[in-house]
Design a protein around this ligand. Structure first.
Ligand SMILES: NC(=O)c1ccc[n+]([C@@H]2O[C@H](COP(=O)([O-])OP(=O)(O)OC[C@H]3O[C@@H](n4cnc5c(N)ncnc54)[C@H](OP(=O)(O)O)[C@@H]3O)[C@@H](O)[C@H]2O)c1
Length: 316
């Protein structure tokens, strides 16, 4: 049972990656402010979380089953929570998809939306009545910079995160009236199993339905650039968890938190020109026309935003 003086937090998708790290960081909070319900769809995958939770297991961290795509599983999990509610709902579960659009079926697209968008909607809908009644609550969603800026060959994944952003932006205004906050956490590339799972799928696929030229661009231009972006700009899941835990601890939580400052200049392009031409053409040129400039700008970005440089130019 949760201790009444602690904030209760329910997190989805805690078998690996960012969700696992957030659960562990909150459970190990030095001020003991949280009681975590770390959920996963398959409890057979709980070993890694149990190991990292250490002695917080079954004290400040409890593991529960929850599949965001199953109404039954969500309702069962909520029914077993103390008071059938939580102070913080953290939507982390997500799936990726990368490759030429023509090589996926409509069912493949629906699966991405089912988890990344409708999974969030399902949980928010279930928790809202109790949060509204208590006039308090915090809903956190692990979105992505791809919810702000579409990226080539990630069409449906980006669309699912754009959908989540629109959903939360609309709700945020109404919910302030009930003293409920929503926060979108927007990581750039993060080195978790997410990327590995996608690359395994890509390696298995021969992209049926896509033309040879598109497949060539995907394999010879996109994939090496993506590897380079993850290697150069990628954050650790621990760093994303730390940023998320900071937002959860805020008295007035911010609506948006971009966790990776290296990515901010790229997402800023679209706000600098409201015709959209600047961002579309910049990405086009960087990827298809000026590969070496792309490579240099990645290293330049890393250099100008790195802490040691910042320390040197800041006044003392
Ligand atoms: N990695 C990145 O580069 C990156 C960047 C920006 C945003 N994000 C977002 O961060 C979130 C976490 O991803 P991650 O990088 O930590 O990847 P990850 O290690 O693959 O974690 C994804 C988690 O979601 C779970 N999940 C998938 N479908 C589910 C369902 N129907 N019900 C419950 N759980 C489900 C997975 O469980 P199983 O083990 O059972 O599959 C896994 O625990 C996602 O929303 C993702 O879109 C990731």
């Amino acid at each position: 049972m949760a201790n009444d003086s602690k904030k209760t937090v329910l997190i989805t998708g805690c078998s690996s990656g960012i969700g696992l790290k957030i659960a562990v960081q909150l459970a190990k909070d030095p001020q003991q402010r949280y009681h975590v319900f770390a959920t996963m769809r398959d409890l057979k995958k709980s070993g890694k979380l149990e190991a990292e939770a250490g002695e917080t297991l079954n004290k400040t961290l409890e593991i529960r089953q929850l599949d965001v795509n199953s109404e039954e599983s969500v309702k069962k999990c909520i029914a077993e929570l103390p008071g059938q509610t939580v102070d913080v709902l953290l939507n982390n579960a997500g799936v990726g998809q990368v490759g030429p659009l023509e090589s996926f079926s409509m069912d493949d697209f629906r699966k991405v939306f089912e988890t990344n968008f409708f999974g969030v909607v399902r949980l928010v809908k279930e928790f809202l009545p109790s949060m509204k009644k208590r006039r308090s609550g915090h809903i956190v969603v692990i979105s992505s910079v791809m919810g702000l800026q579409g990226i080539v060959f990630n069409d449906i994944y980006a669309a699912s995160k754009f959908a989540v952003e629109g959903f939360c932006e609309s709700l945020a205004v109404q919910l302030l009236k009930f003293n409920i906050f929503i926060s979108l956490i927007e990581p750039g590339p993060v080195n978790t199993e997410f990327e590995m799972k996608l690359m395994e799928e890509v390696a298995r696929s021969d992209f049926p339905g896509a033309d040879a030229e598109t497949i060539r661009y995907f394999k010879e231009v996109y994939l090496p650039s993506a590897h380079e972006i993850f290697a150069t700009l990628g954050q650790t899941p621990d760093a994303v968890a730390k940023a998320t835990v900071r937002v959860i601890g805020m008295e007035q939580p911010v609506f948006r938190e971009q966790t990776n400052p290296l990515y901010t200049p790229l997402t800023a392009l679209k706000y600098a020109d409201n015709t959209g031409e600047l961002s579309v053409r910049t990405f086009y040129n960087l990827i298809f026309n000026y590969g070496s400039l792309f490579h240099c700008s990645l290293n330049l970005l890393k250099c100008i935003t790195c802490n040691c440089f910042r320390r040197r130019v800041m006044p003392v």
